[in-house]
Design a protein around this ligand. Structure first.
Ligand SMILES: O=C(O)C(=O)C[C@]1(C(=O)O)C=C[C@@H](O)C=C1
Length: 363
């Protein structure tokens, strides 16, 4: 450490100079993105501007180059917003999500697409699918599994009646708080509103702290937050966004039973996503109802050393006790190993559909 006192004005002058450089470079980058848009349009008048594989590569590269003092996730979030603004110059991306405003799904949509995306709340998961299928929005964001409560069946079941593809994923750490409005009598809370999944994720805490309060399930945590605004004896379990949006006070923070409580969301759309270098594939498979069917299904993955990350069974709704398997695994459908496995499974299954290959969640 030199013994010359650090001069605040000199440091601020240096910051002003750096801000000027950053401003110039971001503007230069935005100009490049606009030129990319022109090239895309020249190649294809119906060009798809949002490129999930490229965005994942940009963010991974930033995180690998980063040497602090900001941590890599923080730096990636800054570049996420720069890319979001650049994409909006090319084409403002419209995204439907499971609403209402203030849900964790909205938080996931903003985390994945950035603040420059236009996001629209939908009342139900199948409405998000419908908006994407109808082309009313470019993409949708829906919850698919929680680390405590397991899979969101409605999302998996909706895929079975839809041609929609999976274009990406985003994982959100879920922190639940107990929220009240300014009119709530905090010592008289006799009713708690929340989404059923959130009640499940905070079960032990509620049993310990509010064993006698009525637990009223509603369609979303944001809906719960809205209801609390109108009742003096109720509270809601919801996240930070809902608390901020509906002006509620947090009387208990992070009440989820498990500290690693996370929810995985899917980005749905109508495009096939090229290889990004670190990808995942999701499929849904129907097998003939015969002994050893599950072994026949999984054996090619084992032999080709493909890393399975999830298997869920759902009723196929084409007859009693007929099931389909939703399988996620590492790798992209265009990679030889994965293509070989899919070919073998296709021969053994009564039905196979690739829901999509997409970049592993980065942020
Ligand atoms: O490289 C592209 O295809 C771009 O459009 C540029 C860019 C970026 O800002 O880096 C912007 C939007 C895309 O989703 C991916 C990347």
């Amino acid at each position: 450490m030199s013994d010359t006192p650090i001069n605040l004005d000199d440091l601020r002058q240096r910051i002003d100079q750096l801000d000027g450089d950053i401003l110039r470079l971001i503007s230069e980058r935005a100009n490049c993105a606009q030129q990319v848009a022109h090239v895309k349009l020249a190649q294809d008048k119906d060009a798809i501007f949002y490129r999930p594989e490229r965005e994942a590569q940009v963010l991974r590269r930033i995180m690998s180059l980063n040497q602090g003092p900001l941590d890599s996730e923080e730096m990636a979030r800054l570049f996420r917003e720069i890319m979001s603004a650049c994409l909006a110059l090319e084409q403002p991306v419209k995204v439907a999500y499971l609403g209402p405003e203030g849900t964790f799904t909205q938080q996931a949509a903003l985390k994945h697409f950035g603040e420059s995306a236009v996001s629209l709340p939908m009342a139900a998961i199948d409405e998000v699918f419908r908006e994407v299928e109808a082309g009313a929005v470019h993409y949708g964001v829906v919850p698919v599994e929680n680390s405590t409560e397991g899979v969101v069946n409605h999302t998996l079941d909706t895929f079975m009646d839809s041609s929609i593809k999976i274009c990406g994923e985003v994982v959100l750490r879920i922190h639940h708080h107990l929220l009240i409005s300014e009119t709530t009598r905090r010592d008289k809370v006799s009713r708690i509103y929340s989404h059923p999944q959130s009640f499940g994720q905070c079960r032990k805490w509620l049993d310990a702290h509010y064993p006698h309060a009525e637990r009223v399930p509603v369609s979303s945590n944001a809906e719960a937050a809205k209801l609390v605004k109108t009742e003096w004896h109720s509270a809601a379990i919801a996240g930070d966004m809902a608390a901020k949006l509906y002006g509620l006070e947090r009387i208990a923070d992070k009440i989820e039973d498990r500290p690693d409580n996370s929810t995985r969301f899917l980005i749905i759309g109508n495009q096939d996503v090229p290889l990004s270098g670190e990808d995942k594939t999701s499929i849904v498979v129907a097998m003939r109802n015969q002994p050893g069917a599950l072994h026949d299904l999984l054996e090619p993955f084992h032999r080709h050393r493909i890393d399975l990350t999830r298997i869920e069974t759902r009723p196929s709704r084409t007859g009693v006790w007929n099931y389909v398997f939703f399988i996620d695994f590492k790798g992209h459908r265009d990679e030889p190993q994965v293509a070989a496995v899919l070919e073998e499974v296709r021969l053994r299954a009564s039905e196979l559909r690739v829901l999509g290959s997409y970049p592993l969640g980065v942020l």
